[in-house]
Structures are given as structure tokens and as C-alpha cells.
Write a new protein. Structure first.
Length: 127
């Protein structure tokens, strides 16, 4: 079993005791991403669509750093402070993923770090 820590400056740096991703053999566990802009480490400005887009951009950057892309994601977890935004997640997600789509869970939560409205994490299997 080979363990590799994945790190990229193209995604927000970890703001706690965790890694952006951990690769074990061909499986990559991507830590939760909130809509932080990597260059400023501040929440992206704009509406909910901007937040969801930033999260997918961040996950995509980490996936690329691990040697894959979002098409390699097999499981996606979506955490929302308001589940009314779930249809918008579906709409934006269609721009980042193609069929067959990954398995997914959507969970309503009371709050997220830095008062973000959305967070996502993923599991990716490299070909």
C-alpha cells in the first residue's frame, strides 16, 4: 500500500489538521472544499452559483494534482446549509461531470467553516 499526500497551490490550502487529498494506491480521498479562492483564502464573492462553481473548481484542481480529473470521481458528498440550493448544485454539476455520474449524497447541515453555504468532498479512483 502506497500512501501519498496531494498538495496544490491551485486549491485552497488546508485550514486545519488535514491534507487536501490522500492517495492510497489508485484511490484518492479528496478533503472537503468550501468556496475559498486559493489566491486570497477568502470566500468567493457572488451568489450561490458562484460558491458552487468555486467548490467544483477547487475539487478539480486537487483531482488534477493527484493525476486525475472529476470524471474519475466515484463518490461525491455535498453539504448544504440550505437544501433549497440542491437543484442549483445539479445544474452546475452538469458542467463539471459527464455520464456516468458518480454516486452522491446531499446532506443539509446547520453550518460550515467560514460561514460557507456549501462544502463538497469526494473519492476518486484513477485509471
Amino acid at each position: 500500500m502506497e500512501k501519498q499526500i496531494i498538495k496544490t497551490d491551485l486549491a485552497p490550502q488546508a485550514i486545519g489538521t488535514y491534507s487536501q487529498a490522500v492517495k492510497i494506491d489508485s484511490t484518492v480521498y479528496l478533503s472537503g472544499q468550501i468556496p475559498l479562492v486559493p489566491a486570497t483564502m477568502e470566500l468567493v464573492e457572488g451568489d450561490m452559483r458562484a460558491q458552487i462553481t468555486q467548490v467544483f473548481d477547487n475539487l478539480s484542481a486537487v483531482a488534477r494534482a493527484a493525476g486525475g480529473n472529476l470524471d474519475d470521481v466515484v463518490k461525491l458528498n455535498v453539504f448544504l446549509t440550505d437544501l433549497a440550493h440542491f437543484p442549483l448544485v445539479n445544474e452546475v454539476m452538469a458542467h463539471y461531470f459527464s455520464e456516468p455520474y458518480p454516486a452522491r449524497a446531499a446532506i443539509g447541515v446547520a453550518s460550515l467553516p467560514k460561514a460557507a453555504a456549501v462544502e463538497m468532498d469526494a473519492v476518486m479512483v484513477l485509471k
